[in-house]
Design a protein around this ligand. Sequence first.
Ligand code: SF4
Length: 140
Amino acid sequence: MNIKLKSLTKSLWVFHFASAPCNNCDIEILDALTPKYDLERFGILLVGSIRHADVLLVTGMITHKGAERLKRLYEQAPKPCLVVAVGSCACSKSIFKDSYNAAGPVDGIVPVSAYIPGCPPKPEAMIMGVVKLVKSLTGK
Ligand code: SF4
């Protein structure tokens, strides 16, 4: 395993991009970061710049405007950048499947490393997603 990937198993820094969500997914992400669920115990930290992030967390329906920004964020992220789609809108377009303004699920725009479905997914599901992502990095 290369050094960068190995370091990702210790401490994931996360940048959150919300593209037209209803905000329930975003609130559940905040919930996962509170002391009750305490994602920071895994070394996970929310950062304010994609240039400092290892993980790009995406919520909401990807609109045409949002797709442009998502592509730009992915290009600006240090590589390897792990993209995690949170919520059914981000994973599959969900109820916006036939919307004229839906540019696609996240994996139609950038490569996705993990999917956390649900409307919205619970903090427990997010923790499970993170554990699976780290396990996939270590190959265990
Ligand atoms: S998946 Fe559900 S909770 Fe999340 S942004 Fe879409 S509609 Fe809202």
